[in-house]
Design a protein around this ligand. Structure first.
Ligand SMILES: Cc1cc2nc3c(=O)[nH]c(=O)nc-3n(C[C@H](O)[C@H](O)[C@H](O)COP(=O)(O)O)c2cc1C
Length: 340
């Protein structure tokens, strides 16, 4: 059996294979943050398509924590029903379901709302200047991550993913490029990690111990003075005992810059995170080839892989991979005649 199609078990969760659809914003929710037919269809198609774990797009824990006002929301109990419908449909077709809990920080473009950040530094000339967060703001956002987790549990998700990547709020605290605070949330590596630790504690308080908590990070910032994979590993080591189970390794997004992208461009960063933290990792970056994915998994460079854009192009990628790797996997009975 190819490694791609081996089950993966973490805590009480078993995935049918090693393929993850990472969080990808659909900007389709309308201003109220509710899931609609687009979400029901889009996520269900990937579940029918055989994906092992589907992570729902960045979902705002508060209205001003959205990237755009068309993001999904989880700041109110009324969001639970739509999210539960996505989860139930995903489960019906064999996928496990996760949700990315997110706060956009200084990268929020929601009009008529202020944006918050560790320091009052705009992401670019064309973005709003954020307000530096007070201690009360920090505690408020920490609490809202916990409340969002309680809703995610009610909706039936298998995994919560804390969005600590791509230059959004948590990442803004972690990076010296966006955090110029001189209180206990800025300066040293320990101080810059404090907000992340508090968010994880707040999430873990609501999230049962037998369910995995996933953290997404940007393990490389592509500019001098930015965080590297080794820095991120040190940060993860400071917070992992609060209850982090798996790391979803991405890169970039903290500042505007050129990124060198090529098939597997984030895998080497994932390997460093895995080696230096001892935690399982999800690796990716322009992955499309089943054989390349077999290499990554077989050589134990990562436990799982994510395919983002490839799964947007090809929702049934898993079945193509099964044919190429000469295995039948979980081929759905309705599609059996296509396995020839
Ligand atoms: C349309 C689109 C939306 C995305 N939205 C998110 C998001 O909500 N959260 C996130 O962490 N990453 C997001 N990403 C990044 C992807 O999760 C993934 O890390 C990136 O596309 C690299 O993987 P790939 O080369 O396989 O596409 C998005 C990417 C795309 C293409």
């Amino acid at each position: 059996m190819p490694k791609t199609f081996e089950e993966f078990k973490i805590k009480d969760l078993t995935l049918r294979n090693r393929i993850v659809m990472p969080a990808m914003c659909m900007y389709s929710a309308g201003q109220d943050g509710y899931a609609n037919d687009w979400h029901f269809t889009h996520y269900t198609a990937r579940a029918i398509g055989g994906v092992g774990l589907i992570i729902l797009e960045a979902t705002g824990i508060e209205p001003k924590g959205r990237i755009l006002d068309s993001d999904l929301g989880i700041w109110d109990d009324s969001h639970i029903e739509g999210l539960k419908k996505i989860v139930d449909l995903g489960h019906k077709y064999g996928a496990k379901m996760g949700i990315q809990l997110a706060h956009a920080g200084r990268k929020s473009t929601v009009e008529a709302m202020e944006c918050l950040a560790p320091s009052a530094i705009a992401f670019s000339d064309r973005m709003k200047k954020p307000r530096e967060m007070t201690h009360d703001d920090i505690q408020d956002v920490v609490r809202k991550f916990g409340e969002a987790t309680r809703r995610a549990l009610k909706a039936g998700f298998d995994i919560v993913e804390v969005h600590g990547a791509h230059g959004y709020l948590i990442n803004e605290f972690l990076s010296p490029l966006s955090n110029e605070r001189n209180d206990e949330y800025g300066g040293s590596l320990e101080n810059r990690t404090r907000f992340l630790g508090q968010v994880i504690a707040s999430v873990r308080k609501e999230w049962p111990q037998n369910k995995p908590l996933q953290l997404r990070i940007s393990a490389h910032e592509y500019v001098e003075g930015g965080n590297e994979a080794e820095t991120l590993a040190e940060m993860i080591n400071l917070v992992k005992d609060i209850g982090v189970d798996i790391i979803d390794v991405s890169t970039g997004g903290v500042v505007l810059c050129e990124m060198d992208v090529y098939p597997g461009y984030q895998v080497r960063h994932a390997e460093i995170i895995k080696r230096n933290t001892g935690l399982p990792v999800i690796a990716g970056g322009l992955l499309t080839s089943p054989l390349m994915i077999e290499e990554i998994l077989k050589n134990e460079r990562a436990e799982l892989v994510f395919l983002g854009r490839e799964l947007l192009r090809e929702p049934n990628w898993v079945y193509r991979a099964a044919r190429e790797l000469h295995t039948v996997a979980d081929w759905p009975v309705q599609y059996e005649r296509a396995y020839k």
